[in-house]
Design a protein. Structure first.
Length: 424
């Protein structure tokens, strides 16, 4: 009787086969299967199998719920870490503010007008070179000869004015030409001949330094014409000279170039993946050669500005600048691997290094500790660069592969996690 009621119920409600199964015992079903059609029997067993699978998945999900929650928390932490490390400009500005406050508390004279002007003036010379170095680093190359090229350009400009009888404008133009020519030689040798940038620019460093000694025999070029000296020593704004104004103008132009112009975006593409850049029609070699030329020309500008400020051209101009410029750019978030960075970040990195160097002197430590501090900061900055690169690559791989359960990644994850070629 019970079996018959189940059969009648199943016949009346074909879409609710599982309810018919509630009235049917498996043994009874095997012995009185004539009450059900073959299709109904198949549907009943299929519904029962789906019910078992659903219950099993429910139990598995209940067991994995703590693990899933932990994965979400780790994912949120990863997003926060990537965001913090990627926004290098804000991080460097924050670190600079903390260092300024620390040195001021240790020695209030640190923020005296004289010391602040000295820091910003020194930072302007390095910052001008860092603009070209940033563009070159974004393209995937670097130049270690910037300090010696700056000194050589200043010596040639000063010697041309004082000993060779060349007019001041032509002499200054000759100094700029020397810097650009040194960069052109570096670019051609590195790009066209395939010599590593480290070897070529290190060799140019010694060549430029040697030519400086050959031209001057170790003696300073003095005196520089009054017009040049007045230009270098005049106070334009807030007690700062033309060097700082030129630095600000070039920094704004350089940052806008990388962020908003098509050639600037091409630089990021070249540094990020040169092979793909070539496939889309970008002349990688030309961009890198022009990056070397720009770096050499800006090195000459910085060297000539120092000469104008000092009123003399000495062989000490540019000494040690090569490592300070690279360190400042890297501290500011410019990647040594290419494709990441901004001029604004490099400028803030240069200012941070100047704050550290000046602060150590003001608080009474030996100037020799400046080199130690710069070295440690550069090592930490490169380490953070490596960590940032790994985090970004792992985040991109995670989003590309999906959440791990076979479902496609969410749209918001794709748009926020995959790194772009924007400056960090």
């Amino acid at each position: 009787m019970l079996l018959r009621e189940g059969c009648n119920h199943a016949a009346q409600n074909h879409n609710s086969v599982t309810k018919a199964g509630d009235f049917i015992d498996k043994d009874a079903l095997s012995g009185h299967s004539t009450c059900l059609t073959d299709r109904q029997i198949v549907r009943w067993f299929s519904a029962r199998r789906r019910l078992k699978v659903a219950c099993g998945e429910l139990r598995i999900n209940e067991r994995l719920r703590p693990v899933t929650a932990l994965r979400h928390r780790l994912g949120n932490l990863r997003h926060a870490t990537v965001g913090l490390v990627k926004h290098s400009e804000a991080s460097v500005l924050g670190a600079t503010a903390i260092l300024v406050a620390t040195f001021f508390l240790m020695q209030p004279a640190f923020l005296s007008s004289t010391n602040v002007r000295a820091m910003l003036t020194a930072a302007s010379y390095l910052g001008i070179i860092a603009i070209g170095q940033t563009v070159l680093l974004v393209c995937g190359e670097f130049d270690l000869s910037v300090g010696s090229v700056a000194g050589l350009s200043a010596i040639i400009a000063g010697t041309a004015m004082m000993e060779w009888g060349i007019a001041v404008p032509m002499a200054l133009a000759l100094g700029l030409l020397v810097g650009a020519l040194a960069g052109l030689v570096n670019g051609i040798v590195v790009v066209r001949l395939g010599v590593p940038a480290f070897i070529q620019t290190l060799g140019m460093l010694f060549v430029a330094k040697g030519l400086t000694q050959v031209i001057t025999n170790g003696a300073p070029v003095y005196p520089i014409p009054d017009g040049v000296t007045n230009f270098g020593q005049v106070e334009v704004i807030l007690g700062l000279g033309w060097s700082f104004v030129i630095f600000l103008v070039l920094a704004i132009l350089g940052d806008a170039f990388l962020r908003f112009s098509v050639p600037g975006r091409n630089c990021y593409a070249i540094g990020g993946n040169p092979q793909v850049a070539r496939l889309v029609g970008i002349d990688v070699g030309r961009y890198r050669i022009l990056g070397f030329v720009l770096t050499g020309a800006l090195s000459a500008v910085a060297g000539i500005l120092v000469m104008a400020n000092l009123g003399t051209a000495t062989t000490a101009i540019g000494s040690g600048w090569e490592l300070l410029v690279v360190a400042g750019a890297v501290v500011g978030g410019v990647s040594l691997f290419g494709g990441v960075g901004s001029v604004l970040g490099a400028a803030t990195g240069i200012i941070l290094l100047q704050v550290v160097q000046s602060g150590l002197v003001v608080v009474g430590l030996s100037p020799n500790w400046q080199t130690v501090a710069v070295g440690l900061i550069m090592v930490v900055a490169v380490g953070l660069d490596v960590v940032r690169r790994r985090l970004i690559l792992s985040e991109a791989a995670r989003v590309t592969q999906g959440p791990g359960d076979g479902s496609p990644p969410r749209q918001e994850e794709v748009t926020t996690s995959i790194p772009s070629m924007h400056p960090a």
